[in-house]
Design a protein around this ligand. Structure first.
Ligand code: AR6
Length: 181
């Protein structure tokens, strides 16, 4: 599924983000930046050791990455130039600013992408796996944050939302059809 929104093309993909052909793919990492399971494991496996080496250098400089923030590395052997690693919030009961923290992830990623002249970017469904964020709310936040950003900045040509699981894919498909995007 593809939609045009201003000068930005929005694509919905059902699949593996490590196969995306974009300037930058986003990783749903943890504060250690040392890898893990889920999409984080898949990106490090497919991208090779160069990504981990750069994550370790960032750790040495700034002691990892906080929830809601984002850092950038090479994409190693992947088809992309960069990986932006963000740390989504763990969902507890929704009363710990989880929604604001997830929104910060998207905003910080897009700001970092613009700084690096990234024209195309692929997002996984941050926090909706191991971190248990409710999928509908997470999709609403993702779409709203991206929409708000591209309305103000026209620097990104192509945005992919890559849904690995069927449930997220169905949610995004419905929301994109119903939204003004
Ligand atoms: N491509 C695209 N999406 C994927 C892929 C893939 N190859 N694999 C999984 N997903 P998760 P989180 C989806 O658990 O919830 C890690 O251990 C998955 O279906 O990867 O933010 C980190 O190190 C789900 O919709 O990330 C952290 O410790 C989405 O990616 C922790 O998990 C996010 O699921 C982060 O948890």
């Amino acid at each position: 599924m593809r939609k045009e929104y201003n000068p930005t093309s929005i694509e919905l993909i059902h699949g593996d983000i490590t196969k995306s052909e974009v300037d930058c793919i986003v990783n749903a990492a943890n504060t250690s930046l040392l890898g893990g399971g889920g999409v984080d494991g898949a990106i490090h496996r497919a991208g090779g050791s160069e990504i981990l080496e750069q994550c370790k250098q960032i750790r040495a400089r700034q002691g990892g990455c906080a929830v809601g923030e984002a850092v950038i590395t090479t994409a190693g052997k992947l088809n992309s130039k960069y990986v932006i690693h963000t740390i989504g919030p763990v969902w507890n009961d929704g009363k710990n600013n989880e929604e604001e923290k997830l929104q910060s992830c998207y905003i910080n990623i897009l700001e970092l992408a613009c700084k690096h002249n990234i024209r195309s970017i692929a997002f996984p469904n941050i926090s909706t796996g191991i971190y248990r964020f409710p999928k509908i709310v997470a999709a609403q936040i993702a779409l709203k944050s991206v929409k708000n950003y591209i309305e103000l900045h026209s620097a990104i040509d192509r945005i992919q939302f890559v849904c690995f699981d069927e449930e997220n894919y169905q949610i995004y498909q419905k929301m994109l059809e119903e939204s003004g995007m």
